[in-house]
Ligand binder design. Sequence first.
Ligand code: PMP
Length: 430
Amino acid sequence: MNRERSDEMYRRACRVMPGGVSSPVRAFRAVGGTPIYFQEAARASFTDLDGNSYIDFVMSWGPLILGHAHPETVRAVQLASARGLSYGAPCRDEVALAEKVVASYPGCEMVRFVSSGTEAVMAAIRLARGVTGRSRMLKFDGCYHGHSDSLLVKAGSGLATFATASSAGVPASLAALTAVIPLDDAAALEAVFSRYGDELAAAVIEPVPANAGLLLQRRELLARLAELCRRHGALLVFDEVISGFRLDRGGAAARLGITPDLATFGKVIGGGLPVGAYGGRRELMECVAPLGPVYQAGTLSGNPVAMAAGLTTLDVLEQEHGWTRLEQLGATFEALVVGTIRHAGVPASLVRTGSVFWLSLQEGEPPRRFDRIDPRCARRYARLHAEMLDRGVYMAPSAYEVGFLSTAHVEADLESFAEALRPALAAAFS
Ligand code: PMP
C-alpha cells in the first residue's frame, strides 16, 4: 500500500509539532511505522491522503457511535454553525442536552458541560474534594482518567499504596495524594479503605476499564467499592467517558445497577465535537460555582455547535434503537472473531462488551487487571496491526487501546475484519 503522502505530511508535522501529533498514541510509536493521515470519512470507512480506503474500528476513539459524518449530525452542526459558532452565553441546546443526560443516567440530577473528558474528571475530583473537605483520592491501576495532575499517576513501588507521577511535571506531593490499587483485587480494596477510607475524598474508576485493554470487572467488586465509599463518606466517581451513552443510555451504571455519586462523560455526548460533562446528585452539583464554593468554568463550555452535535447523536441513537443494534452487531462481530481465532489455533481471545472490544493476545482467561497483561502482547499486536492495515482495516495503533463499532458498521465490514484477522493472527504469533 502506497502511503507516500501520509509519510511526507508526517515529516512536515514532525518539524513543527512534538512527535508530529496532537495526542501521543497517534504517532504510531507503539506499533512502528508512521501515522496515516485521514482525508475524508463517511459511515464506517475513510480514505487517506494517498487515496487508500480503510474500514475504521477506532472511530475517533469512541465518539463516533453513529459512524463518520452521520448526515443528521452534520446537518445539525451546519444549522447550528450558521446561527453562530460560539456565544459564551447560555443556549437552548445545552439545556436540552442536560435534560437528556439527567433523564438517562442513574442518580444524575444536574450536569455541567466542559470541553473534554480530562476536564470533566478533573472538575469532578475538585468537586469531591470541595464537598468532603478531604484531599486524598483512590484510583485503580490501568484506568485512565485524562491528563490532569492528580490522575497522571502510577502505583508506587513495592507495597506503597500512594502513587508516583507517571509524567514529568506532576509534583510528587500531588501524586502522593492519590492511592493506586489493582483492579479486581478485593483484598487491596479492603486494605486501602481500612487504612485510608476516612481520608478519601473520592474513589474514581472506569466501571468498564477500557484504557489498558478491556479489563472487565466483576460486579461484586464494584458493588463493594460503592459500599465502602458510602461507609467511609468518600464519593464514588464513575468515569463513563468511554462507557457513557455507549453501552446504554444509562452507561455502565445502568448495566451494573450501581449508582455512583458523580459521573463523568465525554466522547459520545459530543457526537464528534469537543464535549465533556460531569454530573450527579443535586446537593453535590449545587456546590459548583455560581451556586457553591467549588470553582469551575470554560469559555467554550456548552458551545452551541458541540451541543447540537451531541443532542442529535443521542436523538438518533434513541430513534434508531442504537444500543440494541450495537449489541446485535457486537454479537455478530464476536462470533466471527472467535471463529477466526479458533481456526487459527493461537492463544488469543476477544473481550467484548456491547460495541467495545479488545483482542487479548495471550494464553488463558483474558486479564482483569493491568499487571496481568503479558508484555509480549505489544510485540504481537504490532505485527497484527501492520497486517490489518495492509488489508484495509484500521485498528488503534497500540496494543492497549480498545476498538469500537458504530451503527454505521454493516456485517460486510465485520466479515472484512475477520478475514483480515486470519493472516494477521498468523503474523502476530509467528
Ligand atoms: N476518561 C476516560 C475513561 C477516557 O477514556 C478518556 C480519554 N480516552 C478520558 C477520561 C480523557 O478524555 P479526553 O481525551 O477527552 O480528555
